[in-house]
Design a protein around this ligand. Structure first.
Ligand code: PCA
Length: 215
């Protein structure tokens, strides 16, 4: 049976919770069939996240890493295409560290593409009845940082590891007082994650579906 490591992040930026942490905990209680599910919650800290990621990969030796995080303001589950070798954020991390135009890995390649089949994953989430889209940027904060680090580890030492990143909307209760702010219920996030895990485990080429933005 193959091993899938699903990670979420701690809350950040003053929020009391993070949908990615909630969904990871819910997955532990309702694991997908046919796979060995492992989970980890990562700190929103440049200094601490790398150690936590390395430790989880060394402990669980997964075949697939599906990392998740919050992208407040997005309405769908975003399947990220590209991880950039840059840390550049408007806000400090939870340890108070703010980074501007610093590489994630000095001397590393400018970017890595996701190594899960992104369009098949989007199609599977949609087929399960949950809004999803391909995203062309994971931002330049901790989510991109972990996505890049994991991709670099897969390229240099943990060969054979498939790496994907899913950005999640707010939970409805987190935006109840913010009219117009998109959100997604935990049950839908769970359905989407189950579909994404199944799709990421399927071998073979990605689906050639027209996606992306034409601007
Ligand atoms: N979202 C942030 C970091 C942690 C999280 O859940 C991001 O998009 O970078």
């Amino acid at each position: 049976m193959r091993t899938v490591l699903v990670t979420g992040f701690e809350p950040f930026g003053g929020a009391s919770d993070n949908p990615s942490r909630r969904v990871v905990r819910a997955l532990q209680a309702d694991p997908p069939p046919g796979v060995q599910l492992r989970t980890a919650i990562l700190p929103v800290s440049y200094a601490a996240a790398s150690g936590a990621l390395h430790a989880a990969l060394a402990l669980h030796k997964p075949d697939v890493l599906l990392a998740t995080g919050l992208a407040g303001g997005r309405a769908e589950i975003s399947v990220e295409r590209v991880a950039l070798n840059i840390d550049d954020a408007r806000i400090p991390d939870n340890a108070g560290e703010q980074r501007t135009d610093q590489p994630v890995v000095p001397g590393g390649p400018a970017a890595y593409f996701a190594s899960i089949p992104i369009k098949a994953t989007v199609a599977a989430i949609r087929a399960a009845g949950v809004p999803a889209q391909v995203s062309q940027t994971a931002g330049t904060f901790l989510c991109n940082h972990i996505f890049y680090l994991a991709s670099h580890i897969a390229a240099t030492s943990h060969t054979g590891l498939a790496v994907g990143f899913l950005h999640l909307p707010w939970l409805p209760e987190q935006v109840a007082s913010k009219p117009g702010e998109p959100s997604m219920a935990l049950t839908s996030l769970m359905t989407g994650l189950h579909a994404a895990i199944a799709a990421a485990l399927r071998h073979g080429a990605d689906l050639a579906l027209a996606e992306g933005v034409a601007s």
